[in-house]
Design a protein around this ligand. Structure first.
Ligand code: C5P
Length: 221
């Protein structure tokens, strides 16, 4: 029976880096569900969230996600195209957040995510992994950090990807708007599952957070 570990939290908290490392340490796959919402937003195009629901449903019914490999080598693809770092701009994040409010989109992606989780063990990261998608997960984490800390982390992440980030104050505001949107949406809002372990990472470096997650995950499995 495949085991699932969930890692949820707001934008810029470091979920992707930590989930990927945890998956590698445990020898399981890594599922970046934010990349799925970003890819759908890109495929629907600018203002795609305003298309008629029937058209969105029809377009989504033709999309096919796949997950191969494990740890750092995990490959997530949509229609055979690898979902990589080119989806990681703050603009695409904003589009993803608008698309992620639509029930038709969530239904489709939650089904795909559950199929992947029933096929293989994985560390799944996103907003609703522990609270909605994998309620029976072996171990659930919710990472948080102060907004200005998260904005700084995102700033450095974008720089390391070769992108030119917007000024820090603008990034703080962009993350604030996106989190507010994610926290207040009617379906699957960003919130910790009742049985999640909450980790405030504001004053911890990535090694300290990773050590905590690894120790707790080992105790759960
Ligand atoms: O994690 P990431 O920043 O890539 O996610 C982009 C957006 O996708 C989030 O702001 C959120 O609106 C949406 N998302 C979601 N549920 C998930 C993962 C991401 O609603 N499980």
């Amino acid at each position: 029976m495949p085991a699932v570990i969930t890692l949820d939290g707001p934008a810029g908290v470091g979920k992707t880096t930590l989930a990927r490392r945890l998956a590698a340490a445990l020898g399981v796959a890594f599922l970046d569900t934010g990349a799925m919402y970003r890819a759908v937003a890109m495929s629907l195009g600018e203002n795609g969230w305003e298309l008629p629901e029937a058209e969105i449903a029809e377009r989504l019914s033709r999309l096919c996600f796949s997950l191969h490999g494990s740890g750092e080598e995990t490959a997530l693809a949509m229609d055979g195209f690898a979902l990589g770092d080119e989806l990681r701009s703050e603009e695409v994040g904003r589009w993803a957040s608008l698309v992620a409010r639509l029930p038709v989109v969530r239904q489709c992606l939650v089904t795909a995510q559950r199929q992947m989780g029933s096929a293989k063990s994985l560390v799944a990261e996103g907003r609703d992994m522990g609270s909605v998608v994998f309620t029976q997960a072996a171990c659930k984490f919710f990472l948080d950090a102060r907004p200005e800390v998260r904005a700084l982390r995102r700033y450095h992440q974008l720089l390391s990807l070769g992108q030119t980030p917007q000024p820090l104050e603008e990034l703080v505001e962009a993350l604030r708007i996106r989190d507010e949107q994610d926290r207040t949406r009617p379906i699957s809002p960003l919130k910790p599952a009742e049985d999640a372990i909450i980790v405030d990472t504001s004053d911890l470096d990535v090694e300290e957070v990773f050590a905590q997650l690894q120790a707790q995950a080992a105790a759960c499995l």
